[in-house]
Write a protein that binds this ligand. Structure first.
Ligand SMILES: NC(=O)c1ccc[n+]([C@@H]2O[C@H](COP(=O)([O-])OP(=O)(O)OC[C@H]3O[C@@H](n4cnc5c(N)ncnc54)[C@H](OP(=O)(O)O)[C@@H]3O)[C@@H](O)[C@H]2O)c1
Length: 165
């Protein structure tokens, strides 16, 4: 069995904002499509606040929800720690013959996993937004750009795939 990659997937504004009052402060349908296509059929790990901000359970993907008291939901798997969530994610990926587990937010979970992720799918929105949650600061020099795909429009944004050097 090949190594299972740990990837974060996020959309962030130029000022690193990713959320405001438990919502994403922009609406970019193409980015949702990218998220769906990339994560489909893979386990996804998220913080309790991100899970509760979703419109519902996203089909075709197992949701692993981290909460200090555990999380009880009929359509999600609860984990009391990051390590427990990572172990469950990797176990599920292995069972399903997948080679990638996704971290899908939010700010707290991105921050804690930044040192251990292998790959980062980041949609960079080329303007600032107001918000209360930011993506952790990171040095782009530590990452190799695997792909870069700019979309013009309002707002303009770029899909980046980065891998840790
Ligand atoms: N733009 C994007 O790509 C994107 C993606 C995802 C989310 N977001 C946004 O991000 C915001 C939410 O992020 P957030 O940082 O506020 O919250 P979060 O990371 O989604 O969830 C935080 C919660 O996770 C649990 N947790 C965190 N670390 C833990 C650990 N080590 N062990 C056990 N439990 C742990 C705690 O739950 P308990 O309090 O239950 O213990 C904590 O309150 C929202 O605005 C959302 O819209 C944006």
């Amino acid at each position: 069995m090949s190594e299972i990659k740990l990837s974060s997937i996020a959309a962030m504004a130029q000022n690193r904002v990713i959320g405001n009052k438990d919502q994403i402060p922009w609406h970019i349908p193409e980015d949702f499509q990218f998220f769906k296509k990339t994560t489909m059929n893979h386990p996804m790990i998220m913080g309790r606040k991100t899970f509760e901000s979703l419109p519902g359970v996203l089909k075709g993907r197992t949701h692993i929800v981290i909460s200090r008291n555990g999380y009880d939901h009929p359509e999600a798997i609860g984990a009391k720690s990051l390590d427990e969530a990572l172990a469950k994610g990797k176990e599920l990926a292995q069972q399903d013959g997948k080679d990638e587990v996704f971290i899908i937010g939010g700010g707290e979970i991105y921050r804690q996993t930044m040192p251990i992720i292998d790959r980062l799918y980041i949609t960079l929105i080329h303007r600032d937004y107001e918000g209360d949650t930011k993506f952790p600061d990171f040095d782009w020099n530590d990452w190799a750009v695997i792909s870069e795909d700019r979309r013009d429009g309002d707002p303009a944004y770029t899909f980046f795939t980065l891998e840790k050097k």
